[in-house]
Design a protein around this ligand. Structure first.
Ligand code: ATR
Length: 290
């Protein structure tokens, strides 16, 4: 770490970024930029808009460009898993890479930090929640759900009830751990909520003007409710849960925590998730919406 008394970057600045197509909606440049600035690190984190047909070439060129690594976002996460030289067991299990680290020898290590971001957000925001105490219900079986299920299984959740509009996707995901993950029909999503300790929405319902994805009538009043969507910050599900007195955790923390392992690997410093950072991201989200 060098103190940035002079403007701009030095010739030794550490480089990282996020690759997506499109990439303009990514909040990662602001997030990492905030940590770079507040820690006065001689480094840059840039948005890289790369179309699918260029993705492999760009990823393989990163070591030659001197990049320490990158985040990967939509639509490249699955393709990144295929391209990297080595992937962590967790990334392989989830089937997607969101963090790439360029190693000393120039090879690419692929990891997935979404599961860490999800569970760390719950642990930090709802320390009273005991993952091993009760079943969890998960709505959705897309890419985000894969990371959520991997995280919940790792945390020791005894049973996961998985509901998805397309039942076949839920069945496929239940194969993660057939003894603990039960694929259930989407129509049943409001029926078995009385004994759960955690309810997670990973579907895109609730984004923008979306509506409440299920009825909370029978939900235990102690159950923790979380949504991985963070625009709006308070989704219809979180609002309904809060209004009936359930503890709730919004999705912005997942974004922040999933960024921590990459930042530490690329820039050599463990970043601290502060309220000021959260406020900055919130203001940014509100500005984009306005
Ligand atoms: P992500 O990677 O963000 O999880 P995704 O893979 O496209 O995105 O998954 C989106 C999830 O939202 C899926 O579970 C999807 O259900 P299907 O598998 O049936 O497509 C769910 N979803 C999206 N729109 C929905 C809707 N109108 N009703 C119910 N589920 C919906």
């Amino acid at each position: 770490m060098t103190h940035k008394k002079k403007p701009g970057l030095s010739g030794q600045a550490k480089l990282a970024g996020v690759i997506g197509w499109p990439v303009e909606h990514s909040r990662s440049p602001r997030l990492h930029g905030y940590w770079l600035e507040t820690n006065e690190i001689d480094g840059a984190y840039v948005p890289l808009a790369v179309p699918p047909q260029e993705f492999e070439h760009v990823l393989r060129t990163l070591p030659a460009l001197g990049f320490k690594g990158v985040n990967i976002t939509v639509p490249h996460k699955e393709e990144a898993l295929r391209i990297v030289d080595e992937a962590t067991a967790l990334a392989r299990r989830i089937g997607a890479v969101n963090t790439v680290i360029v190693r000393e020898d120039g090879s690419l290590l692929g990891d997935n930090t979404d599961a860490f971001g999800f569970i760390e957000n719950l642990r930090k925001s709802a320390p009273a929640w005991d993952p091993t105490a009760a079943p969890a219900a998960v709505l959705g079986a897309g890419g985000a759900a894969r990371a959520v299920i991997a995280a919940l299984l790792e945390a020791g959740v005894p049973e996961i009830r998985l509901y998805n509009r397309t039942f076949a996707r839920a069945t496929e995901l239940a194969a993660f751990d057939p003894a603990r993950v039960k694929a259930l029909p989407w129509e049943m999503r409001s029926d078995q909520l009385a004994d759960i300790g955690l309810l997670v929405n990973t579907t895109t319902l609730g984004m923008g003007d979306g509506s409440l994805p299920l009825s909370l009538e029978t939900l235990s009043p102690e159950a923790l409710v979380t949504d991985i969507v963070y625009v709006p910050l308070e989704t219809p599900l979180l609002r309904a849960a809060r209004e009936r007195g359930n503890p709730v955790v919004d999705g912005l923390g997942m974004l922040i925590h999933q960024a921590r392992p990459g930042f530490e690997a690329w820039f050599g410093l463990a970043p601290v998730p502060t309220e000021a950072l959260r406020d900055m991201l919130l203001a940014d989200i509100q500005e984009i919406k306005a």
